[in-house]
Design a protein around this ligand. Structure first.
Ligand SMILES: [Zn+2]
Length: 251
């Protein structure tokens, strides 16, 4: 291959998808030069994704799909039976999860300049400035409003709960950080700082306790060794159940 060919080959190596119909499925083929094997990817309510190299023909791909038909049927049915992830809109009566309970949303107007959520005994009030009533909220605004709500509540609730658990277990962190994290519930640094994700406020308190105990145990063992789990299990036997709850409800 000359240098020129090399660059030309590279420049055509962007994955431009092809979309076909195969039986009752849509198939999206994404090709890349370096790919050696053919891979299938399934997502709910979306075309089947086939990743392959430049030279595989449509015929060859269809032959493979044919061979995998039963596997595809079974797994797509399973995936498509899952509810589509609900898009939040902050509408009157919408359900908001807080400490494992479901609150319904009530809208009202505030003279203040920005929109926010406030919790009462029985409801979560959505207060918004008059001028915002006309225009629909963008998904980004919805995300921000919810994020602020959980963060404010988390900063009140989590330090007290952590203090209580630290006293009970004798595992004392140096510092607590509460913030929004996109991919984990908590972490523990080698300097003894525990970080907790404010999104955890949607979960019931026993699940939050489990996350806190998990991180506190890392003050003793900075790994997930046998010794670590021995300690974690002795302090909080329901942690597996709690992980399952998080997986089923918040991930
Ligand atoms: Zn861990």
């Amino acid at each position: 291959m000359s240098l020129f060919d090399f660059f030309r080959a590279r420049s055509t190596d962007n994955p431009k998808p092809e979309l076909w119909q195969f039986k009752h499925w849509q198939v999206r083929v994404i090709r890349s030069l370096r790919r050696k094997t053919l891979g299938l990817e399934l997502k709910p309510h979306q075309p089947i994704i086939v990743r392959t190299n430049k030279s595989t023909t449509r015929n060859e791909i269809e032959k493979i799909l044919e061979q995998k038909q039963r596997w595809l049927e079974k797994n797509l049915e399973k995936l498509n039976s899952l509810p589509r992830t609900q898009r939040r809109e902050l509408k009157e009566g919408e359900k908001i999860h807080f400490l494992g309970e479901t609150f319904s949303l009530r809208k009202s107007v505030t003279p203040l300049k920005s929109a926010f959520l406030v919790r009462t005994e029985s409801h979560i009030n959505f207060l918004m400035p008059q001028e915002m009533l006309q225009e629909p909220l963008t998904p980004k605004m919805v995300h921000q409003i919810l994020r602020q709500f959980y963060l404010r509540e988390a900063r009140k609730y989590l330090p007290l709960l952590l203090k209580e658990i630290a006293q009970q277990t004798g595992l004392q962190p140096k510092k607590l950080r509460v913030g929004y994290m996109s991919s984990r519930w908590g972490s523990c640094s080698s300097k003894g700082t525990i970080s907790l994700n404010s999104k955890i406020m949607a979960a019931p308190s026993w699940v939050i306790e489990s996350v806190i105990v998990h991180e506190l145990c890392h003050l003793r063992h900075m790994n997930h060794s046998k010794e670590y789990w021995k300690l974690a299990n002795s302090l909080f036997p329901r942690h597996q159940e709690a992980d399952q709850w998080l997986h089923d409800h918040l991930s």
